[in-house]
Design a protein around this ligand. Sequence first.
Ligand SMILES: Cc1cc2nc3c(=O)[nH]c(=O)nc-3n(C[C@H](O)[C@H](O)[C@H](O)COP(=O)(O)O)c2cc1C
Length: 365
Amino acid sequence: MKCGLFHTPYNQPQRTPKQIFDWSIELAQICDKAGFSDFLVGEHYTLALENIPMPEAIIASAAMVTEKLRFAPMAHLLPYHDPATLAIRIGWLSQVLEGRYYLGVGPGGHHTDAILHGFENLSQLPARQIEALTIMEKVWQEEPFRFAGDFYRAGFPGPDDMPGYDVTIAKNGLWKESPFEIAVTALSANSNSMKFAGERNYSPISFFGGVDQMISHWETWSTAMREAGFTPERERLRVCREVFVADNDAEAKRRAISGGLGYSWEHYLLPIYKKFKLLDGIIKDSGVDISADEVDMDFLAEHVWLCGSSETVTQKIEALVDKVGPWGMLCINSHDNIDDMAPANESLQRFAQEVMPKVGASVPA
Ligand SMILES: Cc1cc2nc3c(=O)[nH]c(=O)nc-3n(C[C@H](O)[C@H](O)[C@H](O)COP(=O)(O)O)c2cc1C
């Protein structure tokens, strides 16, 4: 199993864009040195507690000061972009990063961003995501076409478009030296995104919502893959989790609750998880007789976050693998540790260097 960082990020609302940018670059360097394989950057436009509207700016800057880390926007929200423009920018950046870049796509998960872009609700977005990706795939072929769809128009120029003069067309297609990966984000228990990902041989990446949800994501994706004639491989599954590692369980819990992880859950994530009923599966797994309204930091540290010594965190992952089967990458959600980076950075390092090798050794690929 490999490890990645999912840097949406969960920042505190008073942070300036410059603070978030500088923190992101420093964090990428820490992850690179610690042995993380992927660094994934979210895209949001109106959320004070997840404030990166331009993941590619972070990605390009961080790539220049790191060596091995692979980067992806996770996710470019396709309905909010012009697909042809985005396809060219992605192709260009994939060549700049020479194989250290792949693409995450999502329809957009927040209605405030949807309103900013002229939509009234999120249900208008998934169909646009699919059409946008169809256009982007065509642009990356770098062959002449014209396309007029339900939502977008696009094309690619060829010799017939240049009567009487010649324009040399820039080679801004995808980096071709290695296969280009596209990952689709998924959240719901019965996820249409997982089906769509499988139908097109795109990789799946999930937020964790409990054992049943993880099994359902694998089943939906792998069935769609097989039906479309592709081979589903468990290494392609990525799952995002909260993680905090320290010397011992009590210290990990104390640091997690008093640091950025505790702040985000108390002020931001817990209300969202309650509102959208995302805790149901996790409460069921815990076996604790508790309602979503009664969930507190203590419950989260025990049952939701992978929190503890490296031995405890390893055991928690192995116990989950026993129930859902192996998967390829565990992505740690990043939380604001700008005021005191040392404990969270130590946790990242211990996770990559103490937990991952043990999990990798005991879990079949
Ligand atoms: C790993 C991951 C990353 C995501 N990143 C973003 C993001 O950066 N911006 C955003 O608005 N939504 C993001 N989402 C949410 C998606 O836009 C979308 O709501 C979700 O994938 C829908 O999944 P479903 O079809 O299973 O319900 C992310 C979801 C996941 C699982």
